[in-house]
Design a protein around this ligand. Structure first.
Ligand SMILES: *[C@@H]1O[C@H](CO)[C@@H](O)[C@H](O)[C@H]1NC(C)=O
Ligand SMILES: *[C@@H]1O[C@H](CO)[C@@H](O)[C@H](O)[C@H]1NC(C)=O
Ligand SMILES: *[C@@H]1O[C@H](CO)[C@@H](O)[C@H](O)[C@H]1NC(C)=O
Ligand SMILES: *[C@@H]1O[C@H](CO)[C@@H](O)[C@H](O)[C@H]1NC(C)=O
Ligand SMILES: *[C@@H]1O[C@H](CO)[C@@H](O)[C@H](O)[C@H]1NC(C)=O
Ligand SMILES: *[C@@H]1O[C@H](CO)[C@@H](O)[C@H](O)[C@H]1NC(C)=O
Ligand SMILES: *[C@@H]1O[C@H](CO)[C@@H](O)[C@H](O)[C@H]1NC(C)=O
Length: 403
């Protein structure tokens, strides 16, 4: 008996020293260990309080040295006030990041389950030590094993709010095989301080998911800001400001797959010094479609090529054989300055011409003056876009000067 009590006493004393996770009823409280790997404590909290419980990741600096993967959350409230830093052991992450199937990509942190709220209170910080990744990656795209910062996977009814990202390793967020996802008040910034750029640090990508709301985001990143990828439907994006990025984008889709994108609304989007503003990119594919998309109230400054459609992104070949059909897309109240004299470059595949494209209240001015060009091919003639000429199949996403 005495030995048992002594053991209990030792355990109680030991908790604050060795452990950074403590459970009281259905509440798991995580505190930082001060420089050691804290991922095991956070994982422990998911395991012990992830079902019908509450998790508090309290203020302080956490080191994340291992992948975190937990897909069985259920009725759980997660509150994060701490600063989480993913360490820069590139060899570890290249070997151990969790596969997310899509284009052989992987992630450092993945959550799934049902009915979960993750609140960052504007205090949570996810710091990815991305500069190490940008430097070793040397502008190469999509390095295998380079991890996405945060992935929702088979997540149903998740609410994510008030988290700040800085220097993510790769994409900031990815939502796959998920449904009814709301992500609000997120602040993201990937900016390189070396000669190497932040390539592939997308703000958001969705894939095989539906019923998604994104609201009140500010994103600086080296690639697509908000990107809706294959088999996504019913996505609503509102009040997002994108810097240095691809802004509001559908794609890329149709890469060796039959992909569908349906019912997407982008509203109140601002794009600053970005490559594109409201655009659609697909690979040449034997089928699939993009249908019923709205880009509304888009304002931008100094955007390389604001409105753009390509059926043959990156390769710029077999463009006119693609059967991936783009239809019923509305651009409404689109205002801003283009970097060069091209406001729109739209080439639809001649094998599956675009139908039901509509442009209303478009006011795009080249930032250095002059008349904007609207280049259009293989699309409905009643679109409202004042086409000034045809758009070659091989027309690039980014221009180097006036056309
Ligand atoms: C465990 O967490 C509770 C708050 O939930 C706190 O009051 C208590 O001091 C913690 N105990 C230890 C040993 O850290
Ligand atoms: C969608 O998810 C939210 C949590 O973000 C939840 O409150 C709501 O009940 C869910 N709706 C449906 C139809 O499941
Ligand atoms: C993103 O971070 C860079 C580097 O710290 C900074 O210069 C830039 O202003 C930030 N962007 C925004 C929109 O705050
Ligand atoms: C738009 O989002 C920004 C950034 O989160 C926020 O500061 C602003 O209040 C939002 N605007 C509206 C009208 O909700
Ligand atoms: C998209 O859905 C279709 C039909 O359900 C399926 O054939 C295709 O494999 C899916 N695409 C991807 C990339 O999962
Ligand atoms: C188009 O998408 C919007 C918004 O998601 C939706 O409300 C509407 O019903 C869709 N229209 C059609 C014809 O499916
Ligand atoms: C057009 O979009 C701008 C933002 O770019 C917004 O301020 C304005 O209210 C919108 N106009 C209408 C009629 O909705």
């Amino acid at each position: 008996m005495a030995a048992f009590t002594l053991l209990q006493l030792l355990l109680l004393i030991a908790i604050p020293v060795f452990g950074a996770m403590n459970k009281t009823g259905s509440l798991c409280t995580v505190t930082p260990s001060g420089g050691k790997d804290d991922s095991t404590f956070i994982m422990d909290a998911f395991k012990q309080c992830g079902k019908n419980g509450q998790i508090e990741i309290t203020e302080g600096d956490y080191t994340i040295a291992k992948v975190m993967d937990y897909l069985n959350l259920e009725n759980c409230d997660i509150s994060i006030r701490g600063h989480l830093t993913w360490n820069d052991d590139i060899q570890y992450w290249l070997k151990n990041s969790i596969s997310v199937t899509y284009a052989q990509r992987s992630t450092a942190f993945r959550l799934g389950g049902t009915n979960v709220a993750i609140r960052g209170h504007g205090q949570a910080l996810f710091f990815g030590n991305g500069q190490k990744w940008y430097d070793q990656n040397r502008n190469n795209g999509n390095q295998a094993g380079r991890p996405i910062s945060f992935t929702l996977w088979k997540a149903n009814s998740f609410f994510v709010d008030g988290i700040t990202w800085r220097q993510p390793q790769f994409w900031h967020t990815f939502v796959a095989y998920s449904q009814n996802i709301t992500m609000t008040n997120l602040d993201m910034n990937a900016t390189s301080n070396s000669q190497w750029s932040t390539v592939n640090t997308d703000g958001f990508d969705s894939w095989n998911s539906k019923d998604i709301t994104i609201k009140n985001w500010v994103v600086t990143c080296g690639d697509d800001c908000i990107s809706i990828k294959g088999n996504s439907s019913n996505v609503y994006v509102k009040n997002v400001t994108c810097h240095e990025s691809g802004s509001a984008c559908i794609g890329s889709i149709g890469n060796n797959a039959i992909d569908y994108v349906d019912d997407v609304v982008f509203e109140d989007i601002t794009a600053i010094h970005s490559s594109n503003a409201a655009w659609i990119k697909t690979y040449p594919a034997s089928g699939g479609h993009v249908r019923n998309v709205t880009f509304r109230n888009v304002y931008f400054q100094d955007v390389n090529q604001p409105l753009y459609i390509s059926p043959c992104i990156y390769s710029y070949s077999n463009c006119d054989s693609s059967r991936l059909k783009i239809s019923d897309v509305l651009w409404e109240n689109i205002t801003g300055t283009s970097r060069y004299n091209v406001a729109a470059g739209i080439h639809c595949s001649s094998a599956a011409p675009c139908t039901g494209l509509k442009f209303k209240d478009i006011d795009i001015k080249p930032k250095n003056g002059g008349t904007p060009k609207f280049l259009c091919s293989n699309m409905n003639s009643d679109s409202g876009l004042p086409c000034t000429g045809s758009c070659p199949a091989s027309w690039k996403q980014q221009l180097n000067g006036n056309a």
